[in-house]
Write a protein that binds this ligand. Structure first.
Ligand SMILES: C[S@@+](CC[C@H](N)C(=O)[O-])C[C@H]1O[C@@H](n2cnc3c(N)ncnc32)[C@H](O)[C@@H]1O
Length: 314
């Protein structure tokens, strides 16, 4: 029996596709997908810097191609959904072009709203000799509407000084923080000891990282996890249109979400499937989410849990 178009589209997202990588070209595969399906689209696109999986072109041509894909991504994004676009610099003759600046204009054309420009800092990388060494990339977090999923409590991090109190005003003497922890923040202050703790300090995936595979540009599973926890619910679908070795799928599986990835290179698809299987068997190595960066001494009064909080259930 011949299926009607609607049934075909629904069937596309069946159990065989769930938590899998589709091998193919993003634009072509996206065109087959039903609209408004995904609550989160998270990816790190090619940067047009001549990596083994890309053919370098002019920045104009590169952005034109990406715009076509983004148009489809906006179509498949749910009304309460978010796009997290993790990106670094395009470099030409020593001059850097921060790609998020160029992408911002494209997303605005499609009327998306920027909620945060998250700085992702990492401590290691190439040492530059004619400019400062690059040690961060950004994640542009856009939403389709003003009514978007945002579960702040699910990504709170431990307060550095849970015992801190208001020292003046009507709340003087009361505890100023939240027993569930603090907002992880997208910003830093130029105070040395706060520098590391306020940034999204997640080591990038270099050779000594437990998640390292053959892929040159993996992002860490914990980076994706934080976005998934904050921007999706239990029944949400997550999409990575440039899935590489499947970090997004693993982060989704780890948190009980449904996900799909698209990747054009067979060898990365194979590694991704192997990682997914290893994860399911409990054999995949990964860095745990939210490893604390700075711990004040337990003797510091401000580091102690206030008596008032001991009765609050976590
Ligand atoms: C920066 S990497 C993403 C790595 C991924 N975040 C991970 O953790 O493994 C970009 C990926 O996009 C893939 N790619 C580039 N153009 C593509 C296209 N048109 N369709 C599908 N995949 C594409 C590349 O092969 C590469 O693996």
């Amino acid at each position: 029996m011949k299926l009607k178009v609607k049934e075909k589209l629904f069937g596309y997202m069946d159990q065989e596709i769930k938590n899998h990588i589709i091998r193919g070209d993003s634009l072509k595969e996206l065109k087959k997908m039903e609209g408004e399906k995904f609550d989160l689209i998270i990816t790190s696109p090619p940067y047009n810097v001549g990596k083994e999986y890309e053919v370098k072109s002019s920045i104009e041509k590169y952005l034109e191609t990406q715009e076509e894909i983004i148009k489809q991504l906006v179509r498949v994004l749910s009304k309460k959904g978010s796009i997290c676009w993790q990106i670094g610099n395009y470099v030409e003759k020593g001059e850097i072009f921060p790609l998020d600046i160029f992408y911002y204009g494209i997303f605005k054309k499609f009327k998306l709203k920027l909620r945060n420009r998250i700085i992702w800092h990492f401590g290691h990388g190439l040492h530059a000799s004619k400019r400062l060494s690059g040690r961060y990339e950004t994640i542009l977090w856009f939403t389709k509407s003003d009514n978007y999923i945002f579960n702040l409590d699910d990504i709170r991090i431990p307060s550095k000084y849970p015992g801190k109190r208001y020292f003046k005003g009507p709340k003087k003497g009361q505890i100023s923080g939240n027993p569930k922890g603090k907002n992880p923040s997208d910003i830093w202050e130029f105070v040395l000891q706060d520098w590391e703790s306020l940034l999204w300090d997640i080591p990038n995936v270099k050779s000594n990282h437990p998640e390292k595979t053959i892929h040159q540009c993996q992002f860490p599973i914990e980076l994706v996890e934080r976005c998934i926890l904050a921007l999706t619910n239990g029944d949400s679908w997550v999409l990575d249109p440039f899935a590489g070795v499947g970090s997004t799928i693993i982060a989704s599986l780890k948190n009980g979400r449904n996900s799909v990835g698209i990747e054009k290179e067979e060898k990365y698809c194979n590694v991704a499937q192997a990682r997914i299987e290893d994860f399911k068997k409990g054999n995949l190595k990964f860095r745990p989410i939210n490893k604390p960066i700075h711990k004040p001494s337990k003797n510091d009064k401000v580091a102690q849990i206030p008596l008032e909080w001991l009765s609050v259930s976590q």
